[in-house]
Every structure is written in structure tokens, then in C-alpha cells.
Design a protein around this ligand. Structure first.
Ligand SMILES: [Zn+2]
Length: 282
């Protein structure tokens, strides 16, 4: 009895001290997007495919970004598509922007936990971290793309808008599938980075002691492609396909919250935080 209450007290103190605070918000977001808990009163998502489900997801995501972004908006770029956009303004005068994004839609009948609530949760957590930095030398677009699964429609709409408005984009970084690590090596892949971006990512890993495998690949089948097509420097970050260490639940009804490796998601989130901290500190 005594031991039990001592343990409870310890747990309460640990929670209060913020020891676990970092991933709490990220996991909450992941749970809500994947239907592990309700996203709004009386609403639990089974997928993020149908129009109504994506609307609930988009509204929820905008609300989360509004807590720390300079500005947020929902961009209805078509009859069906809704991109969620947040901005983190630089703390000094500059016209330079970096894009950090992930698609939040899923395929039909799929909770889309690994693909791509994990990428969405990573982007959210990195954005929150950036918002707390005292100084940022570059503006950052935080963006949750819609309709990636229907052919990169949301990311193409956003990239087109940037091009038309002649926004000075330094680089675009998109995250897709960040929750599977069966071999436990915490390895990641960098998809089609420019040489400069690849070197930058590797240097940050070295500087901060992230010693997991980092593979370079030529995979083009997700959102970073939309930016490259319009001439922007771009990079994709994803889990390790190289050693077949990717989710067996891909685009299936079994791609649920329970299958996500939260330690792996945290490892990569910590790494991308450091990459972005370095990007906005030059
Ligand atoms: Zn995806």
C-alpha cells in the first residue's frame, strides 16, 4: 500500500516537473488525428479521407498552430482541398522563408497513423519548439497539406502559390511516415536532398551526437516533389525503407495509433528540431 502510494506520488511529481511534457502534446495530437481519442466533442475520426473528416482534422490542426504561430489560416485551394497554414515570423527583417510541412490526409478506410499523422505530429512539435526560440533569422511556413494521397494536390497548390507570389523560399522540407522502426536503429532517409541540404542535415546530426543511420534516396513520391517541380530546393524525411524497415500497415485499416513507435518518432523529432534551430540561426 505504502509502496503503491509512493509510486503514485513519484509519478505525479515526474509529470508535474515536466519530465514527460515534451511528447505529451505530440502524442495527444497523434491520438486525435488517428481516432484513438475524440478530435472534437462527440467526433472520433476513423480516417482522414472523407470531406467531413478532413474538415475536422484541418480545424483542429489550425487551432493547435494558433497557440504559438504568428498567423494561421485554412487555405481552400479547391472545392475539396484544405491546406492548414501557420507562419512563424523571423525576429529580424528578412524576406527569406523556409517551408516545413507534412500531409494530414489519409487513404480511404485507413486511420493513417504512420501515414501520416506521425509526420504531422513531428512538424507540429518542431514548430512549437521554433516558436520558443528567442531569435529566428528566417521566416518559417508551417503547413499541413491536404490530398497528398490523391496526387500531391495540396502541396502542389501551395508551391504554386509561393511561385506566383514570388516568395523567397530558401528550402522546403516535408515529412512523411515517421513511426516505424522495427530494427531499432532509429535510422532515417533523406529523399532527394540537394547536396547542400544533405550536407547540412549530416552536419547537424554529427554536431548533436545523433548517430543513427542516415540514408540518401531518390524517392519522389511525396510532397517535397511538388516544390522541386517548381524549382525550389527541397528534401523529404522518412523512415528507413532501405532495410525494409517500413510499416507493414501501409494504406491498410491496421495503420493505427497502437502501431506507432513513439520512441522513434521522438528521436526523429528531436533531430529535426536541431536541424531547424540551425537553419533559423545562421
Ligand atoms: Zn504519406
Amino acid at each position: 500500500m505504502l509502496r503503491k502510494s509512493a509510486l503514485s506520488l513519484c509519478l505525479i511529481i515526474c509529470c508535474l516537473s515536466g519530465a514527460f511534457a515534451f511528447q505529451d502534446d505530440q502524442v495527444t495530437l497523434l491520438r486525435k488525428l488517428t481516432g484513438a481519442s475524440p478530435i472534437a466533442e462527440g467526433i472520433t475520426l476513423k480516417e482522414r479521407y472523407e470531406q467531413k473528416s478532413r474538415e475536422y482534422a484541418a480545424e483542429y490542426l489550425q487551432k493547435q498552430l494558433a497557440e504559438f504561430c504568428t498567423e494561421t489560416s485554412l487555405s481552400n485551394y479547391s472545392e475539396t482541398g484544405i491546406n492548414v497554414i501557420g507562419t512563424l515570423e523571423a525576429t529580424q527583417q528578412t524576406d527569406e522563408w523556409i517551408v516545413l510541412g507534412a500531409h494530414y490526409d489519409s487513404v480511404k478506410d485507413c486511420p493513417g497513423a504512420n501515414d501520416n499523422a506521425t509526420g504531422t505530429a513531428l512538424v507540429y512539435e518542431v514548430a512549437k519548439y521554433l516558436s520558443q526560440l528567442k531569435e529566428r533569422s528566417v521566416n518559417v511556413y508551417i503547413i499541413f497539406f491536404d490530398e497528398e494521397e490523391r496526387g500531391l494536390i495540396g502541396s502542389r497548390a501551395f508551391a504554386k502559390m509561393l511561385k506566383e507570389e514570388e516568395v523567397n523560399i530558401v528550402s522546403a522540407h516535408t515529412i512523411d511516415q515517421m513511426g516505424w522502426d522495427e530494427d531499432g536503429d532509429l535510422g532515417i532517409e533523406l529523399e532527394m536532398p540537394t547536396k547542400e541540404l544533405e550536407d547540412f542535415y549530416r552536419k547537424v546530426a554529427k554536431d548533436h551526437g545523433f548517430d543513427f543511420p542516415i540514408h540518401r534516396t531518390n524517392v519522389t513520391s511525396t510532397d517535397h516533389r511538388a516544390f522541386r517541380e517548381l524549382g525550389f530546393d527541397a528534401i523529404g524525411i522518412t523512415e528507413e525503407y532501405k532495410n525494409k524497415d517500413t510499416t507493414p500497415h501501409y494504406h491498410r485499416s491496421t495503420d493505427t495509433f497502437e502501431t506507432v513507435n513513439l520512441d522513434y518518432l521522438k528521436s526523429t523529432t528531436d533531430y529535426v528540431k536541431k536541424v531547424f534551430e540551425a537553419l533559423v540561426s545562421h
